[in-house]
Design a binder for this molecule. Structure first.
Ligand code: F6P
Length: 538
């Protein structure tokens, strides 16, 4: 059993209506196609799959040695084979005894860093640690990109109700100066803390942004020790961070076994912890740890990350759908689609196996999405009426975070309605009958009915969170981390490197070289002409 046999196994599904799976002896389908853990409930009954097909996927998981691979990850084996690294971001949210068991001697450094981070949060919150001006900090700028940005961003947005310390957070990621100046314009240098986050401390955008903020601070502040007093850094590259001018005692280490896109649980989370406090940051980690335990100890048939992963494989490799829509019906999760674009597509957007052989199957889907109900006024037309079927993950909280219950009810109603509409669609016959019942004339029906039909048969998951809390957010993020890991195992690829971003970086330097008068060695006539236009030369 391997992935290439999946299209054959999905012949029945390809000509089947999902709705039909709810009739006959399937009337307890919802009960059998749902599972819950760590504050989350997953309804996958609207997926186009039967017990028999699902059992084939569990077979595929077994032949992929998934159980062994899960153990290998959590034991610290070198599973990121191309970079020769372990993958142990999960240990950062595990209890101390597990840290010692897995990390050995390095556990002390990890625990000390956690303690140092907590002290910084407490001392800044209490006013013990103040700006060079002697004033309490009011704002923190987090400078970073990719995994040194998205996790902080998604958690800051999701946990707005838990911003308890009074500090306000601002994130700077894009190298566009407009993004930087927009943030700095709002800030008072005398009370602003900066956390520059870069695992490598070589990322061009982050270094340029950090320099701009440093220059802003030096030019605006009257204090000679403003950088020493108001800057922290998080990196594996202590030397580079020190060279930049951050005091060594203000540099929090990361480790190579924490991938950038999985690093929120490390000191990368400092800007978040500064805003939500240590207790809530620990609850975030606790929620993720609960999902880790579920993932490691639950039979695949009830294992939420495994189920989501296998359903994604079914949609991608059996039914051959090429996209995945992430639709959080929750304003606080508006940054989740962007976060999952990196976590999913940077992990599994590959075409060679662990061993470097060309894969003969497709891998990560194109992930997109935005908060609901906005998507209904953007791309849902395509999802309902184009010929492309786009599997969807709907995510919604049963209890809203606002004081407007009617708004929340409408939001949730739209979420449930969209998954139903995507599954059900509307046939020509149904449109005709509906229009007839409304007394529409035959010629109008003949003119419009075809335009009103919907293909339906779009599979979806609906994830319910009781309410948005640090624990539930932690569990949700860990759920997707593990889902993506499982898919990487089944696709037989390395989910933890990202060599594909290197070429763009190299050519970025080539373009800059030409822009600065250097000789062109590699760029096409198109790029050269674009550079000339940029430089105002025709
Ligand atoms: O996107 C490429 C990447 O290397 C990501 O994996 C990483 O999260 C991001 O760039 C930033 O890297 P760093 O944390 O080293 O600045």
């Amino acid at each position: 059993m391997d992935i290439s046999s999946l299209p054959e196994l999905s012949k029945a599904a390809q000509s089947r209506s999902i709705l039909s799976l709810f009739s006959g002896n399937n009337n307890n389908r919802v009960e059998n196609y749902s599972t819950s853990t760590a504050g989350l409930y997953l309804d996958f009954s609207k997926q186009n799959i039967t017990n028999q097909e699902l059992s084939q996927l569990f077979e595929l998981a077994k032949t992929s040695k998934l159980a062994e691979k899960i153990k290998a990850q959590f034991s610290g084996d070198i599973i990121n084979n191309t970079e020769k690294r372990a993958v142990l971001h999960s240990v950062l949210r595990a209890p101390t005894d597990i840290k010692h068991k897995i990390l050995g001697a390095q556990a002390d450094e990890v625990i000390a860093t956690e303690q140092h981070m907590a002290e910084i949060v407490d001392d800044i919150s209490s006013g013990k640690l103040r700006a060079a001006s002697g004033e309490k900090f009011t704002d923190v700028i987090a400078i970073g990109i990719g995994g040194s940005y998205y996790g902080i961003k998604v958690a800051l947005s999701a946990l707005t109700s838990f911003h308890t310390t009074g500090l306000k957070a601002h994130v700077i990621a894009n190298v566009d100066g407009a993004a930087v100046e927009e943030k700095l314009a709002k800030l008072n240098v005398a009370t602003t803390l900066v956390v520059v986050i870069s695992k490598t401390f070589t990322t061009q955008e982050t270094l340029l942004n950090a320099l701009a903020v440093k220059n802003w601070m030096l030019s605006q502040s009257t204090e000679s020790d403003v950088i020493e007093k108001q800057w922290f850094a998080v990196s594996t590259n202590i030397a580079k961070a020190t060279e930049f001018g951050v005091l060594e005692k203000n540099i929090l280490p990361m480790w190579d076994w924490v991938g950038g896109r999985f690093s929120l649980w490390s000191a990368v989370g400092l800007p978040l912890a500064l805003v939500i406090g240590n207790e809530n940051f620990n609850k975030l980690k606790q929620g993720a740890y609960e999902m880790d335990q579920h993932f490691q100890n639950t039979p695949f048939e009830q294992n939420m990350p495994v189920l989501m992963a296998l359903l994604g494989i079914w949609n991608r490799n059996a039914l051959q759908y090429s996209s995945l829509a992430i639709l959080p019906y929750d304003h606080s999760l508006r940054a989740l689609p962007g976060y999952l674009q990196q976590t999913d597509m940077e992990s599994n957007g590959k075409s060679v196996s662990n061993a470097g052989e060309k894969l003969t199957w497709r891998t990560a889907p194109t992930v997109f999405g935005q908060e609901g109900t906005n998507g209904q006024h953007a791309f849902m037309q395509l999802m309902h009426q184009s010929d492309d079927i786009i599997p969807t993950d709907f995510i919604v909280c049963l209890k809203g975070s606002s004081s407007l219950p009617e708004h929340h009810q409408v939001l949730v109603a739209n979420c449930f309605a969209q998954s139903e509409a995507l599954m059900r669609g509307k046939t020509f016959f149904e449109v005709e009958s509906e229009m007839l019942a409304l007394g529409v004339s035959r010629e109008e029906i003949a003119r419009l009915a075809a335009h009103k039909t919907m293909k339906g048969n779009t599979p979806s998951n609906t994830l319910l969170l009781e309410v948005m809390t640090p624990e539930n957010l932690g569990a949700l993020l860990a759920l997707y981390e593990h889902k993506i890991f499982v898919q990487g195992v089944i696709w037989q690829l390395n989910s933890f490197d990202q060599w594909g971003v290197e070429l763009g970086k190299q050519l970025g330097n080539s373009v800059l070289k030409v822009m600065n008068g250097g000789k062109n060695c590699v760029l096409s006539a198109s790029s050269l002409s674009l550079i000339k236009r940029f430089q105002g030369l025709k």
